[in-house]
Design a protein around this ligand. Structure first.
Ligand code: PLP
Length: 394
């Protein structure tokens, strides 16, 4: 059975071009880039090249790129650095739909005396801008909002938010882990101070991330150690992964148009066909301001976990809620923040595509999922009583 992988917001495949550039740096060119000898020095040159490739994708300057171990580390670095830059300020602004890399960190900081505002979103997952402007105070140290949501793909107006934060003298960070490589980002066109990205969401390996720090922004390192990354992130560089990430960024820039056209068309076909064939189904999230690869659909009166298990029999990989929360039977915090009714939130499935997906992948889901949902609903007492009559009248 072949695997139909539609879970690219959870992680992506390391593509052959990326793997190929990485391989020599495990057991042939394994020198330490900080070494004085030529053997190590040549690795340092490749790291410099990778930094330039990442910077090019973001429209950044290479010295604004700091390699980290993952998106989570980059997010932690941003918040902790902003708090260290303003030790007198105790207020953090974020949203209710952030990834646990921000959400759990803020909950942790709240326990040590910080005040955290989690901004609400509307039923489409859009940020409440009024609440944002109203919550800023002279005590606010940082605003951190995701560029794109991992579960719904909804895109926040982070460039506008950064300007408002700055007009109050407040630093702005964005978790762009899901946005980078999927939508154009040009740091020359905005004023965002800090940004996080993660390699494994754009066909580079797991365990490599980037923290973007705008030149001139006050900074305090999170990982303190050696002189690496110009003393902004201690620890011997993950050389193969850094080089792989550089290549992945080069490829992402090249594939951006395809992501926006072919991948978007596949996603739209999948979404429209499922909505047409399955009663009592709906898309979660703003369908306009959304990543081109993501759809989050709720099927009422069924459990997301049951759908996933049935899809798995056909080799189809998707996700219910975010990858990081699956395994827990709580409906996702993102859908709850959007006020998605309980019976809908429980039956939500996220399909996330990449440039590696084909029409045949999408067609398999379109052919199999309606039958799966019908089968599961037959077993549901709620469907027998409530759902069927509603479906008939809708
Ligand atoms: N932020 C978002 C929006 C994510 O989707 C993820 C991963 O799912 C992360 C942060 C964490 O990234 P990493 O897995 O590299 O720590």
């Amino acid at each position: 059975m072949t695997t139909v992988y539609l879970d690219n917001n959870a992680t992506t495949r390391v593509v052959p071009e990326v793997l190929e550039v990485m391989l020599p740096y495990f057991s042939e060119l394994y020198g330490n880039p900080s070494s004085m000898h030529t053997f190590g020095g040549q690795v340092g040159i490749k790291i410099r090249e990778a930094r330039e490739q990442v910077a090019a994708l973001l429209g950044a300057s290479p010295d604004e790129i700091i390699f980290t171990s993952c998106g989570t580390e980059s997010d932690n670095t941003a918040i902790r650095s902003a708090l260290a830059a303003h030790p007198d300020r105790k207020h953090i602004v974020t949203s209710r739909v952030e990834h646990p890399a921000i959400k759990a960190l803020c909950a942790h900081l709240a326990e040590s005396g910080y005040r955290v505002t989690e901004l609400p979103v509307d039923s489409e997952g859009r940020l409440n801008m009024e609440a944002f402007e109203q919550c800023l105070t002279p005590d606010t140290a940082i605003v951190s909002l995701m560029w794109a949501n991992n579960e719904t793909g909804v895109v926040f107006p982070v460039e506008r938010v950064a300007e408002i934060a700055h007009s109050h003298g407040i630093l702005f960070h964005t978790d762009a882990v899901q946005a980078v490589g999927k939508i154009p980002i040009d740091m020359r066109q905005n004023t965002i101070d800090m940004l996080s990205l993660s390699g494994h969401k754009l066909h580079a390996p797991k365990g490599i991330g980037v923290f973007y720090l705008r030149r001139g922004t006050r900074f305090s390192p999170f990982m303190i150690g050696g002189h690496q990354e110009r003393e902004r992130r201690g620890g011997t560089e993950n050389t193969p992964s850094i080089i792989g990430l550089g290549k992945a960024c080069e490829l992402a820039a090249r594939h951006m148009e395809e992501e926006d056209s072919r991948v978007r068309q596949l996603r739209d076909k999948l979404e429209n066909e499922l909505l047409a064939r399955i009663p009592r189904a709906r898309v979660n999230g703003d369908r306009v301001n959304r990543l081109p690869n993501t759809t989050n659909i709720s099927f009422e009166f069924v459990e997301g976990e049951a759908i996933l298990l049935m899809l798995d029999r056909y080799g189809i990989c998707a996700s219910s809620g975010s990858a990081c929360t699956s395994g827990s039977l709580q409906p996702s915090h993102v859908l709850r923040a959007m006020g998605v009714p309980f019976t809908m939130a429980h039956g939500s499935i996220r399909f996330s595509l990449s440039i590696e997906n084909t029409e045949a992948d999408v067609d398999l889901v379109i052919e199999t999922l309606p039958g799966i949902i019908a089968q599961l609903r037959e077993m549901s007492p709620f469907w027998q009583t409530e759902g069927q009559s509603c479906a008939a009248s809708s």
